[in-house]
Design a binder for this molecule. Structure first.
Ligand SMILES: *Cc1c(COP(=O)(O)O)cnc(C)c1O
Length: 364
């Protein structure tokens, strides 16, 4: 068997130990004589999986008691609609900061549901092709907004907020799909956090929402049952059949984070080490260069270019032959992007840098 180093932005690489454990339990989970894929979501065996998944997430992220954890479906994209439907219940207005494609999509959905006139853009880096996060002093919040929405790590452009915006009494909502569990996060600074699992916590099909319970009680009139947080809060995320297998793999990833990595502080150290190696190399390289301003650099997604489109595609092709896959950049940025999520080992980043050095020497 030979495994590649997979730099995909999502779905993305999973810890090998997790895959091995899932394989060993595939036919018979914990003596139940069935796979987790086959068992009833109402069984006690599955109940203990979802309970353990939530307990581990709460422990690792230090989620306060007055916050709920929901295991949903529909991807982060469905949260673009659920957030306005459930949170815009007072003034019906919302602020959005535009720092990339996902933030823009969230804002468009807000406009669709709340009306164009009720969505205020509190900051944007669109004019710089989203290569930085706007400075905090430049943001202009509406005092009567029901929430402020941000995308904390911008997967496509490779930027991460170097600060958490202070929105006073207005709840801060963050899409953390591509940075959840990559470093400790002060959950209480946010009203609501959400993430598609397929970047840093498991397979596609699961979306995790962490929200202050008091924000999950209400919804706008005519909000469909399945799109109300309250429905899932009251039903322990089992109003309907949850994505059982994805939740199980997420549980294994959380166990790996706790037992093999040693928690989020340790994870952050490792992530910083990996990112620093790659950014330091990019800063010194005579061929490759990073596309993001230094103080906004993501620890998870690292876009870079050679400045020559043909050379970029040659690089992606040759890297693939060398077992370094999915390095093609997003079509809106071009060039390359290396996603180095939690499960990408240091050896994978080193292999990439060695390959880049080699390529640089041959193509100078
Ligand atoms: C991938 C991604 C999404 C889209 O997630 P889906 O689960 O495919 O809907 C949204 N936001 C961010 C930041 C992402 O990285």
């Amino acid at each position: 068997m030979s495994r590649v180093y997979n730099f995909s932005a999502g779905p993305s690489t999973l810890p090998e130990l997790v895959l091995q454990r899932a394989a060993s339990e595939m036919l018979d989970y914990g003596g139940s004589g069935q796979s987790v894929m086959e068992m009833s979501h109402r069984s006690s065996a599955f109940q203990s999986i979802i309970d353990r998944c939530e307990a581990l997430l709460r422990e690792l992220m230090e989620i306060p008691e007055d916050y709920a954890v929901l295991f949903l479906q529909g991807g982060a994209s469905t949260q673009f609609a659920m957030v306005p439907l459930n949170l815009a219940v007072h003034s019906g207005k919302a602020d959005y900061i535009l720092t990339g494609q996902w933030a823009k999509k969230a804002a468009s959905e807000g406009k669709l549901l709340l009306g164009e006139e009720n969505v205020h853009i509190a900051g944007s880096s669109a004019e710089g092709n989203f290569s930085y996060i706007p400075e905090e002093q430049s943001l202009s919040f509406s005092p009567d907004a029901d929430y402020v929405h941000i995308c904390l790590n911008n997967t496509i452009y490779g930027t991460l907020y170097p600060y958490i915006p202070d929105t006073g009494n207005v709840p801060l909502v963050a899409d953390i799909s591509s940075m959840i569990l990559s470093q400790p996060l002060p959950v209480s600074r946010f009203g609501l956090l959400y993430a598609g699992a397929q970047k840093n916590m498991g397979p596609a099909g699961l979306t995790v929402v962490i929200g202050k319970k008091s924000l999950l009680e209400d919804a706008r009139p005519n909000t469909p049952t399945m799109l109300r947080y309250k429905t899932h809060l009251d039903a322990g995320s089992m109003y309907n059949t949850p994505p059982c297998y994805a939740i199980y793999i997420c549980m294994l990833v959380l166990e790996w984070l706790k037992n093999d990595i040693g928690g989020l502080k340790e994870m952050e150290k490792l992530n910083r080490e990996k990112a620093k190696l790659l950014y330091d190399f990019l800063d010194e390289s005579t061929l490759f260069k990073g596309t993001v301003e230094k103080d906004s650099r993501s620890l998870m997604n690292v876009p870079f270019v050679t400045g020559d489109k043909d050379l970029d595609s040659q690089f992606v092709k040759e890297a693939e032959k060398a077992g370094l896959v999915n390095l093609k950049g997003h079509r809106t940025v071009g060039g390359m992007r290396a996603s180095i999520y939690n499960a990408m080992p240091l050896t994978g980043v080193k292999a990439l840098i060695d390959f880049m050095k080699d390529f640089e020497a041959k193509n100078r």
